[in-house]
Ligand binder design. Structure first.
Ligand code: ADP
Ligand code: MG
Length: 322
């Protein structure tokens, strides 16, 4: 079973940033509105995420580290309509199999916290601990027991950059959550609870927000909200393309194509437009399980979605040149 976990971990936990993504999504699923992230040495030495979410009861701590144990799916039906971010029940187990992991938690109605340590995938007994209501996950020495995989990690700087990008993608989509990110003890991001416009401004820059067009539109069960760069915004790069489907950051060919086409049509140039866009649709019409790390999705009605995205952005851009 340990080997199965390690193999699964290879898919889910490609690098520190993927471990960070798993545990940040768990904190959001748990309803946290304050999340602190501490990284050391690009996340290779340490990833610690502390939240003020619902917490895990002492008895459930071992279960949380069990492969395929998830508290988020009640029946097979739910698989189609799952609203939470993580749902495969293998995030924590996978990370635990390739690190030294400590899970500390205190449900809001509990008087004390408890903690469980997993080293090399082996669970130690649950013990009392000190912790405010909420949960902390601490991942130390990622891949210490799988040297072959560890060898594939890039420099600390590169791994850190991936972690920061992951953090930013998640923080952008949750402006109602306060986030702090520290790397090697230094605060990198301190984001208070704020409006979406403020969060976009904090992460993409005030000049982007000032030179951007708000979008807030919907049709036939599809909605699109957020900001696209206006014609006057001169900076343009692939880095500033944030597109979310039902709250998840994704890279989607259909969306990228629709947006580029809208920009080309209205502005007659072919730069990479900057945008922060949130697209929602009925979860039954999108397959989010195409990729284990869920950065790609597959739409059931991709043509209609392309049209909707193209027209929504086209309209916003055209309003400035009319
Ligand atoms: P999944 O998120 O797919 O359910 P995980 O392995 O990521 O699987 O987590 C297993 C379980 O542990 C979750 O279903 C949840 O019940 C619990 N859990 C993990 N992290 C947290 C957290 N930060 N707060 C509360 N519960 C958590
Ligand atoms: Mg999860």
């Amino acid at each position: 079973d340990h080997l199965v976990n390690q193999i699964a971990a290879g898919e889910v936990v490609e690098r520190p940033a993927s471990a960070l993504k798993e545990i940040l999504e768990n904190s959001l699923d748990a309803g946290a509105d304050r999340i602190g992230v501490d990284l050391a040495q690009g996340g290779i030495k340490l990833i610690r995420v502390s939240d003020n979410g619902g917490g895990i009861a002492a008895d459930d701590l071992p279960l949380a580290l069990d492969r395929h144990a998830t508290s988020k799916i009640g029946s097979l039906d739910d698989l189609e309509n799952v609203a939470t971010l993580g749902f495969r029940g293998e995030g924590l187990a996978s990370v635990a199999s390739v690190s030294r992991l400590t899970l500390t938690s205190r449900p809001h109605d509990a008087e004390h916290a408890h903690q469980i340590v997993a080293i090399d995938g082996t669970l130690h007994p649950v013990e009392p601990a000190a912790h405010a209501p909420g949960t902390s996950v601490e991942i130390v020495d990622l891949y210490f027991n799988t040297p072959a995989r560890r060898k594939f990690l890039k420099s600390e700087n590169t791994e850190y950059a991936h972690c920061e990008a992951t953090f930013e993608r998640i923080a952008l989509a949750h402006p109602q959550v306060e986030f702090i990110l520290r790397h090697n003890g230094k605060v990198v991001w301190r984001l208070p609870q704020q409006s979406l416009a403020e969060r976009v401004g904090a992460l993409l820059g005030k000049d982007f927000v000032e030179a951007s067009l708000p979008i807030d539109t919907g049709a036939a069960g599809l909605t699109l909200t957020g900001f696209v760069a206006s014609p006057t915004y001169s900076k343009a790069s692939r880095d500033a393309q944030y597109f979310y489907v039902n709250g998840r950051f994704v890279r989607d060919k259909i969306a990228q194509h629709a947006l580029r086409q809208a920009y080309r049509d209205v502005l007659h140039h072919d730069r990479h437009p900057a945008y922060a866009l949130f697209f929602t649709l009925d979860p039954a019409n999108v397959d989010v399980n195409v990729h284990p790390t869920k950065i790609e999705v597959r739409f059931r009605e991709s043509q209609g979605i392309h049209q909707f995205l193209f027209h929504s952005v086209h309209k916003a851009l055209a309003s400035t040149t009319a």
